[in-house]
Design a protein around this ligand. Structure first.
Ligand SMILES: NC(=O)c1ccc[n+]([C@@H]2O[C@H](COP(=O)([O-])OP(=O)(O)OC[C@H]3O[C@@H](n4cnc5c(N)ncnc54)[C@H](OP(=O)(O)O)[C@@H]3O)[C@@H](O)[C@H]2O)c1
Length: 337
């Protein structure tokens, strides 16, 4: 595959290159793409040095697959240009996620919906991916009614500038601010921009994207998204009300059997998921699994994942792997609709 990584110099882009290398994705030619600011910069992949190119040159090269992690505006403008030359775009931004003509994919859940005609495929929001992966098997078994989620999100979710802000503050250095307030020793109930309804855009992504991924509008999700001074991964306190009652041992069993999920749940040994341990791993970790004693058929759990891995790069590479394995990229000889 001729593969373009758009946003290669960014937080997600760096992990994307790591994940492509670790999983030995079949790359015949690699194009590393970023803004004009970075053109000419050198990046390395599998011990080979590559020169960063601009978007125009990347489109001209007509890659088979382009993985975008360069912000919504770049995706809105450039993903259609790649699609026009036959490239399949996998996009990490929020630009296409709720577009009814685009698929929103967590491979373990709905990759089967993909066809060779899907030229722009959306990767869900990082907080959504880890939550929905754990909710899917439980929804199938007990039928969700309502989800209440509060997030504790890593600064790495905002990008390079935010990690720098936190590190500067910790070291007492004055520098550029990615957030309107200090983040070190703080908690900001503010992820992405505020909307007219008083929620942030991140909170509305958590409310809407699970319905699209699970192709079911019969349950609802309400969210509060909070940024905290950690860099390792996102954590979520999730309260789920089901239509049907459940057995806690069975819930643990269902989650343990779900590909991509690791259950870490033993109060006797202080075993529970934490971002410091999820960091650098592809799995979604679930713990603190317990009954909500205030309401029937209701479960509490704590879900943690590395937002740059399963929340972004790993999920995107898994989509690319699915496309290649199922011959859904135009250059694969037997590509079928
Ligand atoms: N961080 C996460 O956990 C996460 C998770 C899921 C999805 N995402 C999404 O992934 C995208 C990137 O996030 P990030 O955290 O990696 O941000 P980041 O660290 O700020 O990196 C942004 C990347 O986009 C490139 N870029 C910016 N403007 C561009 C333009 N006009 N043309 C071409 N390239 C451009 C930058 O290139 P330069 O270096 O040249 O500026 C850089 O490579 C965003 O859409 C974000 O919403 C992030």
């Amino acid at each position: 595959m001729k593969v373009a990584v758009v946003g290669a110099t960014g937080m997600v882009g760096e992990v994307m290159l790591k994940v492509l290398e670790e999983r030995n994705f079949p790359i015949s030619e690699l194009l590393l793409v970023a803004s004009e600011r970075s053109v000419g910069k050198k990046l390395s992949y599998k011990n080979t040095e590559y020169t960063v190119i601009g978007l125009d040159d990347a489109v001209t090269a007509q890659p088979d697959i382009a993985i975008f992690s360069a912000g919504g505006d770049t995706s809105l403008e450039w993903a259609p240009k790649f699609a026009e030359v036959g490239t399949t775009v996998i996009d990490n931004s929020s630009a296409w996620r709720m577009d009814p003509s685009k698929k929103l994919v967590v491979p373990e859940i709905n990759a089967k919906e993909l066809t060779v005609d899907d030229k722009i495929i959306a990767n869900p929001n990082c907080s959504t991916i880890q939550m929905v992966l754990a909710l899917d098997p439980l929804h199938k078994k007990y039928q969700m009614k309502r989800v209440v989620v509060s997030t504790y999100q890593s600064v790495s979710g905002t990008g390079v500038k935010a990690v720098q802000q936190m590190e500067n503050e910790a070291a007492g250095i004055e520098g550029e601010m990615a957030y309107p307030y200090p983040i070190n020793r703080n908690a900001l109930p503010h992820c992405d921009v505020f909307l007219e309804n008083g929620y942030t855009k991140e909170e509305m992504k958590l409310a809407r994207e699970p319905q699209k991924i699970l192709d079911d509008r019969t349950f609802s999700v309400t969210a509060t998204a909070v940024r905290i001074p950690t860099a390792g991964g996102h954590s979520e306190s999730v309260n789920v009300e089901f239509h049907n009652d459940f057995d806690l041992a069975e819930v643990r069993q269902l989650l343990s059997e779900t590909p991509g999920i690791v259950v870490q749940d033993n109060p006797d040994t202080n075993t529970y998921p934490m971002p410091a341990f999820a960091n650098g791993k592809d799995d979604v970790f679930v713990g603190r699994i317990r009954r909500d004693e205030t309401q029937p058929n209701t479960l509490n759990m704590w879900i943690v994942a590395d937002n740059l891995r399963k929340g972004a790069a790993t999920n995107a590479v898994q989509i690319a792997e699915y496309l290649v394995e199922n011959k859904l990229v135009s250059n694969t000889s037997e590509a079928v609709s």
